[in-house]
Design a protein around this ligand. Structure first.
Ligand SMILES: Nc1ncnc2c1ncn2[C@@H]1O[C@H](COP(=O)(O)OP(=O)(O)OP(=O)(O)O)[C@@H](O)[C@H]1O
Ligand code: SF4
Ligand SMILES: [Mg+2]
Length: 320
C-alpha cells in the first residue's frame, strides 16, 4: 500500500511552551523533528505519555504554530500560505480524537454534528445535508436512524464512529488518529481498527496513528516513529522495529509489552534507570542518556544525529 510520494513533512520542527510562573523557562514539547509521511501509509507515532505525540500531530495539521521549523503538506509550506489557501488545505487534514465525549457537541444531534463541517466549508447545498450525513453514517457502518440522536443517547463505540464520519465529511487526505481506540473496550477496539483499515483503502487515506499501545501498532502500521522527550529516536518499517529495534529506548518499549508466553517474559529485559527527565530541563546530548543502560561520555556531549540503519533511521551514538 505504501508508495513513496511524500504527503506531509516536518523539517526541523520544534515547539516550546512557556512555563507558568517561571519567566525564562520553556517546556520542550517537540524538538528538531524531521519526519515524512508518505501517501497511503499508516505511520504510527509511539512513546510514553508527554513525549510530544499529540503536539507533533497538531503541528503537522497546522493547528499549532511551530516555534521553529516547517511543515510541508503536498509540498506547500503551511506558514507561507495565505489564510484562504491554508483553509482550503486544512480540509485535506483531519483529526480523530480519543475523547469522544469532549469531541462531540452535546447540544447537537448526529445530523447537526456531521453537517457542521459541510456548512463551515460550504461543501454542498443545505437540502442535501441530510442525505450526505446519511452517506457518512453508511461509510462508518452506522444506521441512518442515528441521525436524530444526541451523543449521550448512543454508545461509546457509536460515538467514535460518528467522530470518524465527521472527519471524513471533508474527504481528507491525511487523518491524524490520536489514540482513537484506547478508550474503547478490546472487542470494540478490533472492530474500530478494521473500520479504519477499510476506510483507508476505500478513501485512499493516509494515517498518522498516535498510540502508546504497541500491540495495536503492530497490527495497523506500515512504519513506526518512536519519540522520547520531544525527539524522534527511531523511524522504520513496522517489521524491522519489532524484530530488530536499533534504539535502546525502542527496545525498552518492546520489552515492556506483556508477552503471552510467560517463559519469555523476563528474558533479557532492558531495565531503565531513574525517573523520566523533565521536558523543561531535558538532559544535554541524547535526551535518553540518563535512563539508557548503554550511555557513554559522548552521549552527554553530543546530540545523536539521525543515521540510516537497516531499512530505517535511528538517532543513537551506539545503535543496537
Ligand atoms: N498547550 C500546552 N501548554 C503547555 N504545555 C503543553 C501544552 N500542550 C502540551 N504540553 C506539554 O508538552 C509535552 C508534550 O505533550 P503532548 O500532549 O504532546 O504529549 P503526548 O505524547 O501526546 O502525551 P499523551 O500520551 O499523554 O497524550 C508535555 O510535557 C505536555 O505537558
Ligand atoms: S545516544 Fe547514548 S544515551 Fe542515547 S540511546 Fe544511544 S547509547 Fe543511549
Ligand atoms: Mg497525546
Amino acid at each position: 500500500m505504501t508508495t513513496q510520494t511524500i504527503l506531509a513533512q516536518a523539517v526541523g520542527l520544534s515547539k516550546t511552551f512557556p512555563v507558568k510562573g517561571k519567566k525564562d523557562a520553556v517546556l520542550h514539547a517537540v524538538s528538531q523533528v524531521d519526519l515524512t509521511i508518505c501517501q497511503g501509509e499508516t505511520l504510527a507515532l509511539v512513546g510514553e505519555s508527554g513525549c510530544g505525540k499529540s503536539t507533533l500531530g497538531r503541528l503537522l495539521l497546522g493547528l499549532l504554530e511551530p516555534t521553529e521549523g516547517q511543515v510541508l503538506f503536498d509540498g506547500q509550506d503551511l506558514a507561507k500560505l495565505p489564510p484562504k489557501d491554508l483553509r482550503a488545505l486544512r480540509r485535506q487534514m483531519q483529526m480523530v480524537f480519543q475523547d469522544t465525549a469532549a469531541a462531540l457537541n452535546p447540544r447537537l444531534d448526529v445530523e447537526g454534528i456531521l453537517s457542521e463541517p459541510l456548512r463551515i466549508h460550504d461543501i454542498c447545498p443545505r437540502d442535501q445535508w441530510r442525505e450526505r450525513c446519511g452517506q457518512l453514517l453508511d461509510q462508518v457502518g452506522l444506521s441512518r436512524d442515528l441521525l436524530d440522536r444526541y451523543p449521550h443517547e448512543i454508545s461509546g463505540g457509536q460515538r467514535q464512529r460518528v467522530v470518524i464520519a465527521r472527519a471524513l465529511a471533508l474527504e481528507p487526505k491525511l487523518v491524524v488518529c490520536d489514540e482513537p481506540v484506547s478508550a474503547l473496550d478490546v472487542s470494540v477496539q478490533a472492530q474500530m481498527l478494521n473500520l479504519l483499515a477499510d476506510l483507508q483503502e476505500k478513501n485512499h487515506l493516509t494515517y498518522l496513528f498516535v498510540s502508546h499501545d504497541l500491540s495495536v501498532v503492530r497490527h495497523i502500521a506500515d512504519r513506526v516513529c518512536v519519540m522520547f522527550l520531544g525527539r524522534v529516536c527511531e523511524v522504520g518499517p513496522v517489521k524491522e522495529i519489532f524484530q530488530h529495534p536499533h534504539h535502546p529506548y525502542t527496545r525498552f518499549l518492546l520489552d515492556s509489552v506483556p508477552r503471552p508466553d510467560p517463559t519469555l517474559r523476563d528474558r533479557e529485559k532492558t531495565v531503565l534507570a531513574g525517573e523520566l527527565p523533565s521536558p523543561v530541563d531535558p538532559p544535554s546530548g541524547c535526551r535518553f542518556r540518563t535512563r539508557c543502560p548503554y550511555a557513554r561520555e559522548i552521549c552527554a556531549r553530543e546530540v545523536p544525529e539521525m543515521q540510516s540503519v537497516g531499512e530505517g533511521r535511528v538517532a543513537c551514538h551506539f545503535p543496537l
